[in-house]
Design a protein around this ligand. Structure first.
Ligand code: TEU
Length: 522
């Protein structure tokens, strides 16, 4: 078996709550994923990345893990996970899980023990507890902010009832940060890694892989503005502390016992050189590079995202990764302007992404061209961001709506339960898998063709990308295997270069490529 299968794989991200519901409770689950495997096989995916399915009170939909070595009953049980891995492997599809090493749930037995123990105890040393500032310790120990809003510290009541210490949580208060200086923390993570890898899981996406290590003394943030995106500042002390690389090396040593498994880090680090450190030969196999996600639909911006992502991995001879969507960001058709133009641009960007060398990540529903759902009523909102930001940020629910499979009315075959965990818009009747499979001009049919060509054609080989001359609003690149990809991000149609059109994301007439459209040529 090819141990570097991931270096050109198409990963399909399954948000388990929203893929398919097998037990009629309105929330997707593992048997639902198994039931969708035929669909994923015909789409042409090589691997699945499952968002967290471990035991969790679901304060952040599974990113608050209370038992990392068991499945949450909402999603099934260990037997359901084993069934999924077996059924996926039978189809040649790998299964990767999500690992959350930066924090646990506040319901984790370790955190409960820490609350019950005294300041300075071994139990508290697994997390980041500090005395408060000010004479009575009533102010947070430093000025760090939670990514979800508000201070990154919460004060506890000591077991004797007195006002107590504060603990650090870079995300929700239900997600206390672990103390990675404590060797027990890595030992437990190693047990978790081996637990799943021994069961046949093919690897992990590692959550907040630029977190974990904290600088000694926990110095203040230089400027603490709310709503700061991660690693937007190079000097943000909350993330990307150098000590994180020792942690990745230790994780990699475990992976090296499983030569076909892959470790993929979520690395919100902008600087190319800084990013490259995470994918050195003894650290992560792959790192999510989010430059393309952040690029506007603008030729210069897109080219710079691609060039920088390639340059970052070139520094250390690693493999690039590409992604346009995930469960944290606005869905592409909406991000690119919405409506017909937004969808056309999302399709064009899919061709750009699928033309590039390396691993590609597709987020469930992206292949259907699903837009963000931005008109959810307040009472439907589930993302902790809504509460923690004091109702100033609506959060990420709009990109997490369940998948429409079939039929004319919600829940569109996703569930037998009329009330899905997030409501589904009635107008998605036009976007169901069923309808799109029957329509050769659908977005789904387009993705299937594109993925099929990427898999089958030899022009999609080679790791070098060369930029060809083009007008300002146009991108043309040549992949060393022979593929040419043209993107028209401008306002007027352009003549296509010489060559046979393999596929286009929109209508190509008389050798011209309309605006908001891309084409593959050989
Ligand atoms: O995301 C970490 C992270 O960086 C995001 O919070 C990101 O900054 C934000 O969503 C951008 O809009 C990971 C998971 O992907 C996310 O779903 C979790 O909420 C978070 O970790 C905490 O575990």
């Amino acid at each position: 078996m090819d141990s570097r299968w991931w270096s050109h794989a198409l990963f399909y991200q399954v948000y388990p709550r929203s893929f398919r519901d097998s037990d009629s409770d309105g929330v997707g689950d593992l048997d639902g994923v198994s039931a969708g495997l035929d669909y994923l096989e015909s789409l042409g995916v090589d691997a699945i990345w499952l968002n967290p399915v471990m035991v969790s009170p679901m304060a952040d939909h599974g990113y608050d893990v209370a038992d990392p070595r068991d499945i949450d009953p909402l999603f099934g049980d260990l037997a359901a996970m084993d069934r999924l891995v077996e059924a996926a492997h039978a189809r040649g599809i790998k299964v990767t899980m999500d690992l959350v090493p930066n924090h646990t749930s506040s319901a984790h037995p370790w955190f409960q023990a820490a609350l019950a123990a005294a300041p300075g105890s071994a139990e508290r040393e697994r997390y980041i507890f500090r005395d408060g500032a000010g004479p009575d310790g009533s102010r947070p120990p430093n000025n760090w902010l939670s990514i979800f809003g508000g201070p990154a510290w919460t004060r506890v009541t000591e077991p004797d009832g007195s006002p107590g210490q504060w603990y650090l949580h870079l995300f929700d208060a239900e997600q206390p940060d672990l103390n990675w200086d404590n060797p027990e923390v890595f030992a437990d993570l190693e047990t978790t890694l081996r637990f799943w890898l021994d069961r046949g899981v093919d690897g992990f996406r590692i959550d907040v892989a630029h977190g974990m290590a904290k600088p000694p003394g926990l110095p203040d943030m230089p400027t603490a503005k709310p709503e700061m995106l991660l690693a937007e500042m190079d000097d943000d002390p909350r993330f990307n502390h150098d000590g994180v690389h020792d942690i990745h090396r230790a994780i990699r040593r475990v992976f090296d016992d499983y030569p076909c498994a892959v470790a993929i880090g979520e690395v919100w680090v902008y600087d190319s050189e800084q990013f490259s450190r995470y994918v050195r030969p003894d650290e992560l196999h792959l790192g999510f590079n989010f430059r393309l996600v952040r690029a506007d639909f603008d030729a210069r911006d897109i080219r710079s995202a691609i060039e920088n992502s390639l340059a970052a991995v070139d520094l250390v001879d690693a493999v690039p990764t590409w992604t346009l969507a995930n469960h944290d960001v606005e869905r592409p058709p909406t991000r690119y302007g919405g409506g017909t133009a937004g969808l056309a641009r999302a399709r064009a960007m899919a061709l750009v992404m699928l033309a590039l060398p390396g691993a590609v990540f597709l987020y469930n529903g992206e292949e259907l061209g699903l837009p963000n759902v931005d008109d959810l009523p307040d009472e439907a909102l589930q993302d902790p961001v809504w509460e923690r930001s004091g109702h100033t940020r609506r959060g990420r629910d709009g990109c997490r709506i369940p998948m429409p499979w079939s039929g004319e009315t919600p829940p569109f075959g996703f569930s037998d339960h009329p009330d899905t965990w997030l409501p589904m818009p009635p107008e998605w009747a036009a976007l169901t898998v069923e309808k799109q499979l029957a329509d050769p001009a659908s977005t789904l049919a387009f993705y299937r063709r594109a993925i099929g060509l990427r898999r089958a054609r030899e022009e999609f080989s080679g790791s070098a990308v060369e930029w060809l001359d083009s007008p300002t609003d146009v991108l043309v690149f040549h992949r060393s295997g022979g593929l040419v990809c043209v993107l028209n991000a401008g306002a007027v149609p352009i003549p296509l270069p010489e060559g046979e059109v393999l596929l286009a994301s929109g209508p190509v007439l008389d050798g011209t490529l309309p605006p908001d459209t891309a084409a593959w040529l050989v």
